[in-house]
Design a protein around this ligand. Structure first.
Ligand code: NAI
Length: 327
């Protein structure tokens, strides 16, 4: 039998945490033959609720779940973890300035970076979900210099999956037949959902959907605004789809992407596609042997170029704002 993998979920007493931990314990993230030990971190006001989640995990009697650590101590939570899913963060509340929210998250991600760097297992893979996801991941990277930058990513797979869903609904085809959409840039409303290279059953999506107007406007804004639409409908933000997409992100990263298929991940930019190096930016990637690689040489038309640049600009601004919170 395989040795258990230790998976950290921060913010585990929250909404996404509640949907995510049973998925991990059922083998949806790492495979049906991979035992796991769950490490769950939250803050003291949520300690009791966190303990309730731990009780439910025990009650669910998951065969793959070999242990549960539920704690409000970041060092204890990070010790020995092989995968870290960072869902905990400070939400933007009504009337709060952007800078104040950024400042709270910068201090959270700075201190959790240190705890991970000192105590996580070697080669720990990190996925940041909490918003502002790209910039939280960047802060984590800066304050955990001994963790390879390749190991620090953020979640844009939910946006990617939303794009697959919209194309499947529009064409009336199975979502599993839609491939190779791309989310470029920030996990925010400036993201660029790109179907230029997407296919259904091997045929290019732009040829199948003869509605250029929809592709260039309705589709893009629906995907960009989907998070807000969920909040409006549910009075709560996306949770099951976020949790499911986080599992997809880690599974593909660890187990590899299928031949001929790419996915979107927020990763440290090396300057590919003239995206400024040093941002955490969402790119199309393939994964093999536990490592992602940015898909190269895709053609970028003028329309796309503008959208890639716009979301990069926003990320550069966020980066500057985050750094101004450090001084
Ligand atoms: P939530 O408010 O239900 O849960 C957040 C949890 O984090 C709470 O239990 C809170 O106590 C905890 N927390 C706060 N500070 C913490 C700290 N320093 N250490 C550990 N835990 C801490 O929020 P929800 O709905 O679960 O969302 C979590 C985050 O994910 C939010 O930032 C949200 O904006 C983001 N999100 C990102 C998505 C993406 O696609 N990247 C999609 C959906 C949500």
């Amino acid at each position: 039998a395989k040795d258990p993998v230790r998976v950290l979920v921060t913010g585990a007493a929250g909404q996404i945490g509640y949907a995510l931990v049973p998925m991990i314990a059922r083998g949806i993230m790492l495979g049906a033959d991979q035992p796991v030990i769950l490490h769950m971190l939250d803050i003291p006001p949520a300690a009791e609720a966190l303990n309730g989640v731990k009780m439910e995990l025990v009650d669910a009697a998951f065969p793959l779940l070999k242990g549960v650590v539920a704690t409000t101590d970041a060092v204890e939570a990070c010790t020995g973890v092989n995968v870290a899913v960072m869902v905990g963060g400070f939400p933007r509340k009504e009337g709060m300035e952007r800078k104040d929210v950024m400042s709270k998250n910068v201090s959270i991600y700075k201190s959790q970076a240190s705890a991970l760097e000192k105590h996580a297992a070697a080669n720990c893979k990190v996925l940041v979900v909490a918003n502002p996801a790209n910039t939280n991941a960047l802060i984590l990277k800066e304050f955990a210099p001994s963790i390879p930058e390749k190991n620090i990513t953020c979640l844009t797979r939910l946006d990617h999956n939303r794009a697959l869903g919209q194309i499947s609904e529009k064409l009336g085809v199975q979502v599993s037949d839609v491939k190779n959409v791309i989310i470029w840039g920030n996990h925010s409303s400036t993201q660029y959902p790109d179907v230029t290279h997407a296919t259904v059953g091997g045929k290019p999506v732009p040829e199948l959907i003869k509605d250029d107007e929809w592709l260039k406007s309705g589709f893009i804004s629906t995907v960009q605004q989907r998070g807000a639409a969920i909040i409006k409908a549910r009075k709560l933000s996306s949770a099951l789809s976020a949790a499911s997409s986080a599992c997809d992100h880690i599974r593909d990263w660890v187990c590899g992407t299928p031949e001929g298929t790419w996915v979107s991940m927020g990763v440290y930019s090396d300057g590919s596609y003239n995206v400024p190096a040093g941002l955490i930016y969402s790119f199309p990637v393939t994964c093999r042997n536990g490592e992602w690689t940015i898909v190269q040489d895709l053609s970028i038309d003028e329309f796309s170029r503008k959208k890639l640049d716009l979301t990069a600009e926003e990320l550069s601004e966020e980066k500057a704002l985050a750094y101004s919170c450090l001084s």
